[in-house]
Design a protein around this ligand. Structure first.
Ligand code: DAH
Length: 355
């Protein structure tokens, strides 16, 4: 067999076997590279006798073209095969179930604080904050609760030092003091936040939440207090009418003082707020005591006003049908999933204002 035929047969047999892209490129340079078998055949032409030269050259060209065409065909065949294999491997399986989307929920207490803040902001209250660690003066003395006052015992205070100078605030009322010390009247603020007392059962937790309200101006009276609380309760519980009563009470920082009850009834095992002949205590309030104003350098001959303190957790429990206060603070993910709020699905009376 002539050299040319041998080269052709060998190449054809290689092309029949399974080749990948690198193997076929290798075969290509084996034939047509600088030292390739076909290239070398061309180099040989010069040494062939004149009579044979023409025939040999034409045969060589034919074989060269033929092999080149076959190799190029094979290359594109392999390329198509590789693309198909890749597509097969990367195919998206639309029958796979989606991965679960876990979206966080807003805690009912946070939600309630947002609702309370937005309701009061509608009637001109701004939101103030104070620290959880308070001093004895702001928490008690400035609020007209001197050392010997029995109200101190009612508070079951967590003291943080032996001298009883630092404590975890037992109510949000010290924010009244902080606000009035740093500013000038008039004041119209609410102050939601955490409060602490050494107490724990189904309706008491050592950490709980209150919102303080304070409105001081030239002629603010108890009628304003009643109107403001009436508006708030109606808005909060989303009712048109509310049964509400003010019971005389005592707080060292207000005179006169009152506790506010709202009417309710149980219908089909559920609590209905605003009607009925049962009463539920929801807050304490009163006209700010002149001694408190004196302690923060506000002239009580010129300025007066009211204050109130509302238990937030209690309101949240009533509105959202939660019956154990301790569940609020147990961090049970399943509970939060049930009672929490979808951040994108806020209740109807929420006005989009946050703390
Ligand atoms: N600080 C009181 C408490 O924790 C609640 C309270 C009552 C706040 C009357 C007030 C108020 O501002 O005027 O029990």
């Amino acid at each position: 067999m002539s050299d040319l035929k041998k080269i052709k047969e060998e190449t054809l047999s290689k092309l029949r076997s399974k080749l990948d892209l690198s193997q076929i490129n290798e075969l290509k340079s084996d034939l047509f590279g600088k030292n390739g078998k076909i290239t070398n055949q061309f180099k040989k032409i010069g040494s062939i006798s004149d009579s044979e030269k023409k025939k040999y050259a034409s045969e060589l060209n034919i074989i060269k073209d033929e092999l080149q065409t076959l190799i190029n065909l094979k290359i594109s065949e392999i390329e198509i095969l590789e693309v198909n294999e890749k597509l097969q491997k990367e195919k998206i399986d639309v029958t796979l179930p989606e991965r679960p989307i876990i979206r966080g929920k807003i805690h009912p207490v946070s939600q309630t604080i947002d609702e309370i803040s937005s309701i009061f902001s509608e009637i001109g209250f701004s939101v103030e904050e104070g620290p959880d660690v308070e001093n004895e003066y702001n928490n008690f003395t400035a609020l007209n609760t001197p050392d010997y006052h029995p109200a101190r015992d009612m508070h079951d205070t967590f003291y943080l030092d032996e001298k009883k100078q630092k404590l975890l605030r037992t109510h949000t009322s010290p924010v009244q003091i902080r606000t009035m010390i740093k500013g000038k009247p008039p004041f119209k603020i609410i102050a939601p936040g955490r409060t602490y007392r050494s107490d724990s059962d189904q309706t008491h937790a050592p950490m709980f939440h209150q919102v303080e309200g304070l409105h001081i101006d030239k002629d603010i009276n108890m009628g304003h207090l009643k109107g403001c609380l009436n508006y708030f309760i109606k808005e909060f519980f989303e009712v048109d009418k509310i049964k509400m009563r003010f019971r005389p009470s005592h707080f060292p920082f207000t005179e006169p003082s009152a506790e506010v009850d709202i009417g309710y009834k149980i219908k089909d095992g559920k609590i209905v707020i605003g009607e009925g002949d049962q009463w539920l205590e929801i807050l304490g309030c009163g006209m700010v005591h002149p001694n408190v104003l004196k302690n923060v350098n506000v002239d009580s001959d010129k300025f007066q006003g009211y204050a109130f303190g509302i238990g937030i957790d209690r309101l949240a429990m009533l509105k959202y049908g939660i019956n154990d206060l301790r569940a609020f603070f147990e961090c049970d993910y399943r509970w939060l999933n049930h009672f929490g709020f979808d951040p994108l699905d806020v209740p109807t009376n929420y006005r989009g204002l946050s703390r």
